[in-house]
Ligand binder design. Structure first.
Ligand SMILES: *Cc1c(COP(=O)(O)O)cnc(C)c1O
Length: 388
């Protein structure tokens, strides 16, 4: 590969040049003043984006490690937990909980549909003994965003429960107000909307979660939140962190604040709507329920006769554009176009154009320009966000 791939997958996301340059510097002592200065900037920055005054913890691992840390710090073997799910990442929350010996009560919505607040209320009411509730904000595998504000209110109304949310592919790219919405633990990861490479997981942990943590009896060592909190308060981490990735997160946060969070969220929404319009015009069928379509990843079923694997290979090899396929039981059955982090209208035009060309080459549909025309109409309906 000579030129860089255009990553239209839901993570890792494209690295802005500013982030690459910020990481291109010598490492510093992770227990010295230079790294403390980095933490002193990124911890409050992350809190601001998460909408929280809670403790912000950073772990060197992928997003799944951040999710596992929540289970390791909150769940005791044999403890009943509720997992509300509607896709592959929800299933992962079930698996992690089972690995730690939890008795999982799964509330599963059909893939492509959101978790229903009434169903959640019913499960909560039927299980007053359950203290831990897990859910996924943005279900990346189906391109669907649950109404977290509404679901969190249902959990809050159901008495003394701890709500743990996978916000890996949402926080930083769409509104997620941890404190205002009543979320107790919110997890994200550096390679999604934060515009940095994979390597750091972020966990915001609120007071109700800390209380439950005190009685949790799962074994934990590297993932122990207590040690993490104590060290981060002193401007370090218990073990060697991904120092270079932290430089990248620092620069990514600066970019988010320079653009303005409202503008960031609007850019993602506008691009997602145009992506959906373009894919539909190309003959794809949108997979996620209307009204719940994600601002960070668009999922769609292919037109009749299209081999998703062949499409993805052609896009990668001939056009240098990489899109995702389905996950779990949808493997090979859908496409997912990621548009989170450093993604502009120009990037969207590129992937849609390439898809249209590829469909012609694969004898599915002539490249008649309708895909981009539909995306353009969608963009024209919404004020096109600034690109510089
Ligand atoms: C990307 C992602 C994760 C974490 O995946 P890792 O590969 O472990 O970083 C978790 N949940 C969701 C919803 C995601 O999109």
């Amino acid at each position: 590969m000579i030129f860089q791939q255009q990553l239209r997958i839901p993570g890792p996301t494209p690295l802005p040049e500013r982030v690459v340059r910020a990481m291109d510097r010598p490492l510093v002592d992770h227990r010295g003043p230079e790294f403390k200065a980095v933490l002193d900037e990124i911890v409050p920055g992350l809190k601001k984006v998460f909408g929280t005054d809670a403790d912000m913890l950073l772990l060197t691992c992928s997003g799944t490690g951040g999710l596992e840390s929540a289970v390791a710090n909150l769940v005791s073997p044999g403890e009943p937990v509720i997992v509300a799910l509607c896709g592959n990442f929800g299933e992962r929350f079930v698996s992690i909980n089972r690995a730690y010996g939890a008795e999982v009560i799964a509330l599963e919505a059909e893939w492509g549909q959101p978790v229903d607040p009434a169903d959640l209320r019913e499960v909560l009411n039927a299980h007053p003994e359950v203290k831990l509730v897990f859910l996924t904000h943005n279900e990346t595998s189906t391109g669907l965003t649950n109404n977290l504000q509404q679901l969190a209110r249902v959990v809050r109304d159901a008495g003394d429960r701890v709500l743990v949310v996978d916000g890996v592919s949402s926080v930083g790219s769409m509104p997620a107000e941890m404190d205002a919405w009543g979320v107790d633990v919110l997890v994200s990861g550096s390679q999604k909307g934060w515009m940095a490479p994979p390597g750091l997981a972020f966990m915001a942990v609120g007071p109700r979660a800390w209380e439950h943590h005190q009685q949790a009896r799962s074994p934990r060592f590297y993932f122990d939140w207590g040690k993490l909190r104590d060290e981060i308060a002193k401007g370090a981490t218990p073990y060697t962190p991904a120092v270079g990735i932290a430089f990248g997160v620092q620069e990514g946060l600066r970019m988010l604040f320079e653009e303005g969070l409202e503008n960031v969220y609007r850019r993602h929404r506008v691009i997602a709507d145009a992506c959906a319009a373009g894919l539909q015009a190309a003959g794809f069928q949108l997979f996620a329920a209307e009204g719940f379509r994600s601002a960070t990843v668009t999922s769609a079923l292919p037109p009749e006769g299209l081999d998703v694997a062949a499409l993805r290979t052609l896009l990668r090899q001939k056009y240098g554009v990489v899109i995702a396929g389905g996950q779990g039981k949808m493997t090979g059955k859908m496409v997912r176009v990621g548009h989170l982090g450093a993604v502009t209208v120009g990037d969207l035009v590129q992937v849609l154009w390439a898809i249209e060309q590829a469909l012609e080459e694969l004898d599915i549909k002539p490249a008649d320009g309708r895909t981009l025309a539909a995306a353009g109409e969608s963009l024209a309906r919404e004020a096109t966000p600034a690109l510089a």
